[in-house]
Design a protein around this ligand. Structure first.
Ligand code: FAD
Ligand code: MG
Length: 355
């Protein structure tokens, strides 16, 4: 009996000793996932968090994925959405002028720079035109398109012209955080919102040392950060615009990157056999026709990847490629025939699928 007790106590001590060693030696990597809706699109997250061995999560503690989603929702609510009346964008649209936060002022300045660099192809002052076409909503709720046959869609030519006249980045002034919108123009930040969100999330991740890796997808934009526990590269699949269930290839990426794709294949409306998509040509007031089916931009900066993907779609392959190179970004175009073309630098990241 005495011998049995001695053995049991020894085993007990050994177990405790092993647990203490494991705790001191470090922890484990936990994988967290999330899928939510924000900014009118699906946000998916996969993040890797280093936990101490004895980490306990109580039910009422917000997880890291919830923190990340909160950052995106706050941006949408406070700054970017023209649909939410208290956001800075909606307030400026309603008042026509006003003081904005330094973050908003800097964002509008950066957008103006892309407008100039793209000869006006990219233009955040198209709010009236975007609202007139309303393709984001109609594409999401096709049943609301009952008016298509009764002539409400596409919009009337004169209405398109009027909305086009009430737009133009030369009518937007920003100085010392004061914004002035002339001639009834309205802001729409749909082309850069997810890019701004990628930068905000990246800043959050950089402040959370226990997060060792993350891949966050916001509709057409994807942020990679850090590394996977097995240290293999992130593999980002690029959708085939002819069949979005398939992929044209993958990008192999190490560390932090932003990937944005703009295309005419996801948000569109069919009316009388014609497909109307959501990326508008400021020169015509109609959905852009540039021979491009989709364009993917790869950069370190989220704002740039999102802004350039929209601008390059409208500019077309030749001018778009030049614009991407001007900003040191990599670009991959799929044209309407399915041909692929890309910047030299993109070749080292892109592995084409057998199609
Ligand atoms: P991108 O190519 O990045 O952008 C296309 C969008 O940019 C268009 O939809 C239009 O908004 C704008 N645009 C069109 N032409 C031009 C141009 N020439 N220059 C500059 N911009 C142009 N959608 C909903 O249906 N419901 C919502 O509640 C909703 N809320 C949103 C809130 C925010 C903060 C943001 C940023 C977007 C929201 N959206 C919403 C819009 C939706 O997610 C858009 O479809 C999306 O922003 C388009 O992104 P993309 O990556 O597909 O295309
Ligand atoms: Mg964009």
């Amino acid at each position: 009996m005495k011998r049995f007790l001695t053995v049991s106590v020894s085993i007990g001590f050994m177990g405790i000793f092993i647990l203490i060693c494991m705790a001191l030696a470090g922890g484990r990597t936990e994988q967290l996932s999330g899928a939510d809706i924000a900014m009118g699109t699906v946000i998916t997250q996969r993040i890797y968090v280093d936990r101490p061995f004895f980490h306990l999560q109580s039910d009422d503690t917000e997880t890291e994925t919830q923190h990340i989603l909160s950052q995106i929702e706050a941006l949408e609510r406070e700054l970017l959405s023209r649909r939410i009346s208290q956001s800075e964008t909606a307030q400026i649209n309603a008042a026509g002028r006003g003081q904005v936060s330094p973050e908003m002022g800097a964002l509008v300045e950066k957008c103006l720079e892309i407008s100039q660099a793209s000869d006006g192809a990219f233009d955040i002052t198209l709010g009236n035109l975007v609202m007139l076409w309303d393709i984001d909503r109609l594409a999401a709720e096709p049943e609301t398109l009952q008016g298509a046959e009764s002539g409400e869609f596409p919009p009337k030519k004169e209405d398109i012209e009027a909305a086009r006249a009430a737009s133009g980045y030369d009518k937007l002034l920003v100085s010392d955080c004061e914004i002035i919108l002339s001639d009834g123009i309205a802001l729409d930040l749909g082309a850069v919102g997810k890019g701004v969100a990628m930068n905000r999330v990246r800043e959050y991740l950089e402040g959370e040392k226990e997060i060792t890796g993350a891949v966050i997808s916001l509709g057409g934009s994807i942020l990679t950060y850090g590394s996977k526990p097995d240290k293999t590269p992130w593999r980002i699949s690029i959708a085939d615009p002819f069949d979005t269930g398939q992929s044209i290839g993958t990008l192999s990426l190490e560390g932090q990157w932003c990937v944005s794709t703009s295309g005419d294949y996801e948000r569109y409306v069919y009316s009388d056999g014609v497909r109307y998509h959501h990326i508008l040509d400021p020169g015509t007031g109609y959905p852009a026709v540039s021979g491009v089916h989709s364009v993917t931009i790869l950069t370190k900066d989220g704002f740039l990847s999102d802004a350039l993907s929209t601008a390059c779609f409208i500019l077309g392959e030749e001018k778009g490629m030049a614009l991407a190179e001007e900003y040191g970004a990599e670009a991959l175009f799929v044209d309407e025939e399915g041909n692929l073309s890309m910047t030299e630098g993109m070749r080292q990241y892109f592995n084409e699928s057998d199609r």
